[in-house]
Design a protein around this ligand. Structure first.
Ligand code: GTP
Ligand code: MG
Length: 317
């Protein structure tokens, strides 16, 4: 996590000291919403770079997770779950995932081992075949911790038949099982190539943006029904003060007055809770004390307003 713009491009010195048989590449992490893509990337990195929730369509923008080993650099590309879009935000999200497919050296197709393939999985399998027919696919059957033992093999067989991947693995991202095995299989499929990023860099997302995402995660975790999808968060101030405290002001946008009331809660209790939970994680990320001030504003129909989407960072090309 960094605020150094020069990190956005491969560093020349990082390219120089890589051994000749070094492997590297971009790994698109693709799958239906809620299958555990972001959880998997956080576990592989051993650090939280992507927010996670039990609601589908949590991830909205492309996010890199960079894992540098002695002889390899894997650039994981977390993507929004592929789904049928119902507004411009959804269209943007699907476009992000499709672009990642097109740019991938390896595709990690994440599915839920606990259920057999559904229409959504089939659609993704077809999209992969159409968009990236030459790219090796590694099937990840996730959530084996909640898969009944007598269903596991049959479900995996059905996925294998549907995807016909180059390789596959069953694991639990939540319990961090199978991580070493997965990394070994992935590295074996990566092409030889240099480091794209300095070895100590783990993402290219600015701390400011991750702070906004952490606020959004706490809103998702504390609310129900339509609210999670109707929420966007914008950081309006992010300043380090002389006393070592970082001052952050964020606005939580919702689409309706009634949603605003829910997020603020009785006597402001809900907003307080969201703020307290987000602050703890932002402090962990930044390694300093944070003063977090939250505002809630109504922004009707923002998910279908191109100008607002752009302002919030959901940039449609
Ligand atoms: N039981 C179990 N739950 C998991 C596992 N991996 C992820 N989850 C849960 O599944 C839910 C969705 O996880 P995410 O990582 O947000 O899923 P995602 O695929 O990134 O979802 P989108 O961003 O919406 O596409 C969360 O509640 C996770 O805790 C797993 O291995 N086992
Ligand atoms: Mg996600």
């Amino acid at each position: 996590m960094t605020d150094q713009p020069e990190y956005l491009t491969p560093a020349d010195d990082a390219l120089d000291d890589t051994p000749p048989d070094h492997r590297s590449g971009f790994v698109a992490v693709i799958g239906r919403p809620n299958v555990g893509k972001s959880t998997l990337i956080n576990r592989l990195l051993g650090q939280k770079i992507a927010i996670v929730s039990s609601r589908p369509q949590t991830t909205r923008v492309r996010q890199l997770g960079i894992l540098t080993g002695d002889n390899s650099q894997i650039v994981f590309v977390d993507t929004p779950g592929l789904h049928k879009p119902r507004h411009q935000l959804g269209e943007f999200m699907v476009e992000v995932a499709q672009q990642a497919l097109a740019d991938a050296d390896v595709i990690l197709f994440v599915v839920e081992a606990s259920c057999p393939p559904g229409a959504g999985d089939r659609l993704i399998a077809e999209q992969i075949k159409a968009a990236a027919p030459e790219v090796p696919v590694l099937l990840v059957a996730n959530k084996i911790d909640i898969t009944p033992a007598d269903k596991l093999q049959a479900n995996i067989d059905a996925y294998l038949q549907m995807v016909q991947p180059a390789d596959w693995i069953a694991l639990s991202a939540l319990q961090a099982s199978g991580m070493e095995d997965l990394l070994g299989r992935l590295i074996a499929r990566l092409p030889e190539g240099p480091r794209y990023y300095p070895p100590d860099q783990i993402t290219e997302t600015y701390s400011r943006q991750i702070a906004a995402e952490l606020v959004r995660e706490k809103v998702l975790n504390n609310t129900h029904d339509e609210i999670p999808h109707a929420v966007a968060v914008e950081i309006t101030e992010f300043k380090e003060r002389e006393n070592g405290v970082t001052y952050i002001a964020a606005t939580i946008y919702v689409e309706r007055e009634s949603q605003k009331a829910i997020i603020i809660g009785k006597s402001g209790q809900m907003l307080k809770k969201i703020g307290a939970q987000a602050r703890v994680e932002i402090e962990q990320m930044l390694g300093c004390k944070v003063y977090l001030q939250l505002w809630v504003k109504e922004l009707p129909n923002w998910r279908s307003d191109e100008a607002i989407l752009r302002r919030l960072g959901y940039r449609i090309r």
